[in-house]
Design a protein around this ligand. Structure first.
Ligand SMILES: *Cc1c(COP(=O)(O)O)cnc(C)c1O
Length: 232
């Protein structure tokens, strides 16, 4: 069995067990394989093993991979997105997980209108108020969503967070739980053009805890494809 196949089986088993522990259906959790920095050949190997959802954090890299790989893959934009690069993503990605400013939301809206589509988006929330991280402060999320919900060509479908890097995944449980509670509160407002169907949370180090706390999308890179080499 190859390195990737072995990793993927292990991750799949752990997803399944976390679903069972928390009384959830495996179908309610989408595994997004984070392929940033990794070559197309690796993605092709993953496709052969089943997954169809891939995450990228650089717009041009998403575009380039989209162009050469089968068109039935689902690409997720998970990284910070600059306004001038929105054009590479709209029309290719199925979801933008990292909406973190009004200006960005407006640009996605404008580009989506050009393409005649409505872009599914998640609002990125900086749950731990980390200065080094992007994202809307949790206490400002509802107001932010009320504003951007007025845009016609985006649809808010939930929240995303990048939890702190921790050695013990249990330390992120309260962060994941707080994101879910925030989504519940926002859902109760019944904001037009908005639903809180998705919680994108959990990475290689903590995806099982995230599933137990209600993640509908987990983003796993290293745990499947191995360490990234940023120097190449
Ligand atoms: C890189 C990245 C991931 C994947 O991280 P791993 O620890 O390799 O699983 C998930 N989410 C975001 C936003 C990322 O940038």
């Amino acid at each position: 069995m190859s390195f990737i196949e072995n990793n993927l089986r292990d991750v799949e088993n752990r997803i399944e067990r976390a679903c069972i522990r928390s009384g959830r259906s495996r179908n309610d959790v989408t595994l997004i394989v984070v392929s940033k920095t990794k070559p197309v050949s690796m993605i092709e190997e993953v496709i052969g093993l089943g997954p169809r959802d891939f995450g990228e954090n650089k717009p041009q890299e998403l575009r380039d991979k989209y162009e050469v790989l089968p068109k039935d893959l689902r690409w997720h934009m998970i990284g910070n997105l600059q306004r001038n690069k929105v054009k590479y993503v709209v029309g290719r990605a199925v979801m933008i997980h990292s909406v973190n400013s009004e200006k960005l939301a407006e640009e996605i809206d404008k580009e989506s209108e050009k393409h005649g589509l409505i872009m599914p988006c998640l609002v990125e929330v900086n749950m731990a108020h980390e200065e080094t991280k992007q994202g809307i402060a949790p206490e400002e999320a509802a107001e932010f969503i009320r504003k951007i919900s007025l845009l016609n060509n985006i649809r808010i479908e939930g929240l995303m967070t990048v939890a702190p890097y921790v050695a013990d995944p249990e330390l992120n449980r309260s962060c994941f739980r707080a994101l879910r509670n925030l989504a519940v509160d926002i859902a109760a407002e019944n904001i037009d053009n908005t639903n809180m169907r998705h919680l994108s949370m959990g990475m290689t180090g903590d995806f099982e805890v995230a599933i137990e706390e209600g993640a509908t999308m987990i983003r796993v890179g290293t745990g499947i494809l191995g360490e990234r080499n940023y120097s190449i």
